[in-house]
Write a new protein. Structure first.
Length: 263
């Protein structure tokens, strides 16, 4: 993965940079509300929806998360060329695709919901790549794809597991197969926790179609927001250095009284 810090000495934080960091911290603090609204859309609290999953299903979710992340890592880059790339570029288009996918996945209950996971994950991955472009990253490069993969480690709606894990920002991984698998292994448990709530909302046939559409729309929006935080911090760190940017980011989050995964 390319080094975030530039070769010259990092520049001190400017008022504009501080304002940008504060805005990113606010963006992270607000983003988790999207997932909670999605769960409420299904008509149940998180604990109730999880009870709908049959015994043994939760054990399948971690494996499903790993497989979906591996497939999206390979497929999302290829989908950025050709007809699909020309027609699906905006966040709203990705949200629309995810909504349709979620509705179809929830129509048949848990079996179709599990089958739909790779599709939804690839759509979200592709949307995250689009955000990376906005911050000067090359969406076709392997290092950018690794950074996109790291965004899926952003956790879920729980207070203790909220927002971008900034340890990824300082990671220096080699572009090797083991590095990719290692990152997936680290990201998958967090992503699986989110997926368990998505699948619970889709577990009831027919009704699950509406819940799947709503949760997929919100999940896409959530990870897009986390991508803005992740790549926004990376862009600032290229000019001002990891330490100064992340310290300021954590300070603004602390002010907002939001828990954070420290680097």
């Amino acid at each position: 993965m390319k080094t975030v810090n530039p070769d010259p000495a990092p520049k001190p934080l400017t008022p504009d940079a501080e304002a940008a960091i504060k805005a990113l911290a606010g963006r992270q603090s607000r983003a988790s509300g999207l997932l909670m609204r999605a769960i409420n859309f299904a008509g149940k609290q998180v604990e109730d929806t999880l009870k709908r999953l049959p015994k043994g299903a939760r054990g399948q979710i971690d494996g499903a998360a790993r497989m979906a992340l591996r497939q999206s890592y390979e497929l999302a880059a290829r989908s950025r060329t050709g007809v699909l790339a020309d027609r699906v570029r905006t966040d709203n288009m990705h949200k629309a695709m995810a909504t349709v996918s979620g509705a179809l996945g929830g129509f048949g209950g848990l079996p179709t919901a599990l089958a739909e996971l790779p599709v939804a994950t690839t759509v979200i991955f592709r949307a995250v790549q689009g955000v990376a472009v906005q911050y000067g990253e090359d969406p076709s490069s392997e290092d950018t794809r690794l950074e996109c993969l790291a965004v899926f480690g952003a956790g879920g709606p729980g207070e203790e597991d909220d927002g971008v894990d900034t340890s990824f920002l300082g990671a220096r991984l080699g572009l090797t197969g083991p590095a990719v698998h290692g990152l997936i292994a680290r990201v998958a448990p967090r992503f699986a926790a989110v997926l368990s709530q998505k699948l619970a909302s889709q577990a009831v046939p027919i009704i699950g179609a509406a819940a799947g559409a709503g949760t997929n729309y919100a999940f896409t929006g959530y990870y897009v927001e986390m991508a803005h935080v992740h790549f926004g911090l990376r862009q600032l760190a290229r000019e001002h250095g990891d330490e100064a940017v992340l310290n300021a980011f954590h300070a603004h989050l602390a002010t907002a009284r939001k828990p954070v995964n420290r680097a």
